[in-house]
Design a protein around this ligand. Structure first.
Ligand code: NAI
Ligand code: MG
Length: 499
């Protein structure tokens, strides 16, 4: 089974659309498939196999066999690293093809997918490839010379990984790279809205030389295939990125099955904090980038802007001009001028429009946007609300669309109270030219914080949530701890049995 894709930039690609298990594409056991849609038009572009719980069992068996027989500590760590580097090279070689698939399936601008998403995939694979033979344990000195102790960082085993649709190929890399570097095998479920780029990655995984069963990729729906992964008795760890609601379900399923380890990367309602002494042109640029990048579909999106009273009017003037500029860059992914593409699906479009309606009903002022853009596909105008009550839905809930809420603050105490008035704590940014103030506020915020920037992530630096935004850290050295068990070994040197 395969799909022939053609792109608006003249390119073409063929993607195998079966379930990828043991390095082979195969149909679902019950033969089921589902349609994949181009969100710029709402048209179907492919049919892919749909995994049931039985298919998850088959994939887990393959991953377990590979873990026990060829991977884990049986493949030298340096060789695991080499394979990840090889995969990174192949990603670079296929950069534009992967970016085109991503743009067609997800709607994001090809100019961004080809210069950011796909190069970041290669960077993550290479970064974690480098860690493969460097994630060593410790030797631990204790009081007595009678014994010594050391730790080993062992792979956990078979990892289930469930990814979302907002950065399909990048989330794929964030998940598989640290898992494979540390010697685990993987059963990964893509999001039902965007399965195609990971299926193309599967072909490259075979070409790179990964043994069969090390990476298994299934397309399918959350309540069936995703739930089967979270509840599986032979999966040792589950890593999930998506909504907080589903994250809770994943954790419950882990708790009531085999207590598999859980890491969660969930939603956010991240504040962009602009002090009166900020470079306002830059702050406006970052605020617009913070919310409109990836059409607002970023877990770290800066969806709430807080501006110090003294700068509020000037900030709003500059922001209105900026949003007009963004409005002129809404369009088809393959248009060179496009910055903001369509939302990923009809469902997400409807959810965002419902949030916009609730904002109006709750008495907020609609300053820009608020409507559908164009007459087909799932495009929404870049939108701004002001005068929003703190308990309004649009001030509290993750909208995951191009909808910004702007409010004022008087002083630091007022700001911190407002910034923390949400269940989330995923990201934040502080904009000020007073570096002491920037750092001091960053240290007080319950979230990873950018100073004079927003939405800037890089493989070397960890990312993850406080509060209801998640558990664990992705990227950076810290990500390795998500995928290893620490074993302590106690060795007697000169010690007699106590009895
Ligand atoms: P979702 O949380 O349902 O989907 C994310 C992934 O979880 C997908 O692969 C899905 O198939 C899977 N999933 C769904 N139900 C599951 C279950 N019961 N067990 C295991 N896996 C399951 O998110 P959805 O519905 O696509 O989007 C809803 C909202 O979630 C968005 O509006 C946004 O607020 C938030 N979201 C946040 C993301 C983030 O990066 N933090 C990414 C995607 C969505
Ligand atoms: Mg799609």
């Amino acid at each position: 089974m395969s799909a022939n894709l053609s792109f608006n930039n003249g390119g073409k690609s063929t993607v195998q659309t079966g379930l990828f298990i043991n390095n082979k594409f195969q149909p679902a056991l019950d033969g089921k498939t589902f349609g994949v849609v181009n969100p710029a038009t709402g048209e179907e572009i492919a049919q892919v196999s749909e995994a049931s719980a039985k298919d998850i069992d088959v994939a887990v068996k393959a991953a377990r066999k590979a873990y026990d027989e060829v991977w884990g500590e049986r493949t030298p760590a340096a060789q695991r690293g080499k394979l990840l580097m090889k995969l990174a090279d192949l990603v670079e070689k296929h950069n534009d093809e992967l970016a085109s698939i991503e743009s067609l399936d997800n709607g994001k601008a090809f100019s961004i997918a080809s210069s950011f998403d796909v190069p970041s995939v290669a960077a993550n694979l290479r970064y974690f490839g480098g860690w493969a033979d460097k994630n060593t344990g410790q030797t631990i000195e204790v009081d007595s010379s009678a014994d010594f102790h050391y730790t080993r960082h062992e792979p956990i085993g078979v990892c289930g990984q469930i990814i979302p649709w907002n950065f399909p190929i990048l989330m794929f890399a964030w998940k598989i790279a640290p898992a494979l570097a540390t010697g685990n095998t993987v059963v990964l479920k893509t999001a039902e809205q965007t399965p195609l780029s990971a299926l193309k990655m599967a072909e490259l995984i075979v070409e790179a030389g990964f043994p069969p069963g090390v990476v298994n990729i299934v397309s399918g729906f959350g309540p069936v295939a995703g739930a089967a992964i979270s509840a599986h008795m032979d999966i040792d760890k589950v890593a999930f990125t998506g909504s907080t609601l589903v994250g809770r379900n994943v954790m419950k399923a882990a708790a009531s099955s085999n207590l598999k380890k859980v890491t969660l990367e969930l939603g956010g309602k991240s504040p962009v904090i602009v002090f009166g002494d900020a470079d306002l042109d830059q702050a406006v640029g970052w605020a617009a980038f913070g919310i409109y990048f990836n059409h607002g579909q970023c877990c770290c999106a800066g969806s709430r802007v807080f501006v110090e009273e003294s700068a509020y009017d000037e900030f709003m003037q500059k922001l209105s001009a900026k949003v007009k500029q963004v409005q002129g860059m809404v369009g088809d992914a393959f248009d060179k001028n496009t910055f903001q593409g369509p939302q990923v699906s009809q469902l997400q479009f409807d959810r965002i429009m419902a949030h916009i309606e609730s904002g109006k009903k709750d008495g907020a002022t609609l300053v820009s946007g608020g409507a559908r853009h164009g007459d087909k596909g799932y495009f929404i105008e870049p939108t701004i609300f002001t005068d929003v009550k703190p308990d309004a839905k649009i001030a509290q809930e993750e909208i995951f669309g191009p909808v910004l809420v702007v409010s004022k603050f008087t002083d630091e105490a007022d700001l911190l109270k407002k910034a923390h008035d949400t269940m989330y704590g995923l990201a934040a940014s502080v904009h000020t030219l007073n570096i002491k103030k920037g750092i001091s506020v960053a240290h007080k915020l319950k979230a990873g914080t950018g100073i004079n920037q927003h939405n800037q992530l890089t493989p070397q630096v960890p990312f993850g949530g406080y509060k209801a935004s998640g558990i664990g850290r992705e990227m950076g050295q810290y990500a390795l701890t998500n995928y290893t068990n620490v074993k302590a070994v106690h060795l007697a040197l000169d010690k007699q049995a106590p009895i």
